[in-house]
Write a protein that binds this ligand. Sequence first.
Ligand code: MF3
Ligand code: CO
Length: 291
Amino acid sequence: MAGKIGRNDPCWCHSGKKYKICHQAFDEKIAMIQGAGHIVPTHDLIKTPDQIHGIKESAKINIAVLDEIAEKIHAGMSTEEIDRLVYERTTAMGGIPAPLNYQGFPKSVCTSLNDEVCHGIPSEDVILKEGDIVNVDVSTNLMGYYSDSSRMFCIGEVSTEKQKLVQVARECIGEGLKKVKPWGFLGDMGQAVHDYAYAHGYTVVREIGGHGVGVEFHEDPWVSYNSRQGTEMLMVPGMMFTIEPMINMGKVEIYVDDKNNWTVYTEDGKPSAQWEVQVLVTEEGYEIISY
Ligand code: MF3
Ligand code: CO
């Protein structure tokens, strides 16, 4: 791909600049790292300034929706009510909830309680009660630009055990973020998340991970939080992905609900917690796009 562009041709990044003064050295550096046996991003995973602008507009909605949920979530509320709030706020701001009808998903948001690891389906029958921990996972499509983030909420008085799980899951994001910088590897971030969770006696779900995001809901790369330093895809400025590890209090094993084919549970019935941020790799390190 890079080989076909002449030094004086316009750069593939649409900057309008000549390739030789724009991304030529960058491509050569990536080719060298690839030559050393690493996985490297393709050009289509590198966001242009226009795309980044559009994605940030989308993220404004995603963040506003989660802020509203944070204000309104309470014991006695059904997860269906959360779904309604997400739909109303997102569409009022001009967006579309990305989960709605995504591969047949029936609702606008995922609400996952206690031993539900992810992809809980909002329902009139699920009433939040004191002591629950719940993940609300919001994703927005605004004019073809995607944002995706999730937060945990503790309903009323929650056991110290569960509070600690929620807190450590949040700290895992911080540990991972410290490793997000250009010319590092996704495995640097993955190992940091993994090691922090295991140091607290928890486990990290293996089968479900994060993903590239921005121009599509789910893009390459698939992002593991059980990976090793120096492995997985090279991070370069302009790449965007989610950090969203699912942290189990007990065993690592999970299963999928065979009635709805969506909701994932812990095999041992112990609680699981997840926070999700969307990050952009920058020249200096990273920028949080949605949280
Ligand atoms: N935000 C979830 C993710 O991490 C998306 C689940 S939406 C669903 O990708 F439709 F797939 F449930
Ligand atoms: Co996601």
